[in-house]
Write a protein that binds this ligand. Structure first.
Ligand code: RUB
Length: 304
């Protein structure tokens, strides 16, 4: 898919989930590099930067999009000529997508090792990384049950329960407000991540922070499953991650509601690191307090 169509599919959530948007954006940069027919190296670099900006403006919160797109154009300024720049973008994109897909599998394994036979798990929204943990635990032969939240307003939980049921796992759908009433039956919570900030704050689907608080109240371990490209180098100096506000129609369409009522539709929230037992990454388990050090190791300390 070309860059413009990819950006529009991300905006309208035909492509959604932090990992998927990052991979599809990176792939569309490679598609653009393949299709470039000009003969001016400087023009090619300018156009690649314009395409980058189109993708980055499609959704504001998940840093995976930024990391995926930026890693696709890494080193283009050192490209010798147009063919060399094209090769750099294609190879970068292939490496990002392969590493991303592998990371989800590795996270599945590390996460599943934390699941015991007979456990009941709870997940929120639809996270490929969290579903990978659940599937892998089941494939390891563990007898597990899962609660999955509906995830208002968009209903990503329906995707999750179908994926889990298709894998043969016992799964129960609950509305978001039922989390506290079922937490006494839950042994472990696994959710995904859109962004992890340098101070170990998790930014994920709206409702995640309430689940973390409830898990904390019940002494249930709360873990987020996050490839390290969900870590934000942009937050090393300043944490100003924008929480996306989406169209209020997602909430009120088809509802009988007085015109004077104001509607607020934030689609992500922030969970402080103190409520997170571990971040499960392809590098292993990371404590929220170690995120800053990991960001510096992976991305460096320089200007982002
Ligand atoms: C999706 C969401 C997911 C994370 C992680 O929100 O919050 O938990 O993106 O997903 P939306 P993954 O549906 O609004 O994109 O593990 O697949 O990257």
């Amino acid at each position: 898919m070309n860059v413009e169509d990819t950006a529009s599919a991300i905006k309208s959530m035909k492509i959604r989930g932090a990992g998927r948007i990052a991979r599809s954006a990176s792939e569309s940069m490679a598609e653009y590099a393949k299709s470039y027919t000009g003969n001016d190296k400087r023009d090619f670099i300018i156009k690649l930067n314009e395409k980058k900006d189109i993708l980055l403006s499609s959704r504001p919160t998940a840093v995976s999009l930024y990391n995926g797109v930026m890693s696709s154009i890494k080193g283009i300024d050192n490209g010798k000529d147009i063919d060399d720049i094209r090769r750099i973008v294609i190879e970068n994109s292939e490496a990002f997508v392969n590493n991303s897909e592998n990371a989800v599998k590795i996270i599945g394994k590390y996460g599943a090792d934390l699941v015991d036979d007979g456990d009941t798990l709870l997940t929120h929204c639809n996270s490929s990384a969290a579903v990978s943990v659940i599937r892998t635990a089941y494939e390891q032969g563990k007898d597990i049950k899962v609660f999955a939240t509906e995830t208002r307003p968009w209903g990503q939980g329906f995707i999750t329960v179908n994926e889990i049921a298709e894998a043969g796992i016992d799964v129960t759908l609950v509305v978001d407000s039922a989390v506290r009433s079922v937490m006494d039956k839950v042994d472990k919570v696994f959710v995904g991540a859109d962004t992890i900030t340098a101070d170990g704050t998790l930014i994920n689907k709206i409702g995640t922070s309430q689940i973390a608080l409830i898990a904390n109240e019940f002494n249930v371990p709360f873990r987020t499953c996050a490839e390290t490209y969900k870590f934000s180098p942009l937050t090393l100096k300043k944490d100003d991650v924008e929480i996306e506000l989406r169209d209020v129609d997602e909430i009120i369409k088809g509802k009988d509601i007085n015109k004077k009522v104001k509607i607020h539709n934030p689609v992500f929230d922030r969970t402080p690191g103190k409520y997170i037992d571990a971040i499960i990454t392809e590098r292993g388990l990371i404590k929220p307090s170690d995120v800053r050090r990991n960001i510096i190791e992976i991305f460096g300390e320089g200007e982002q």
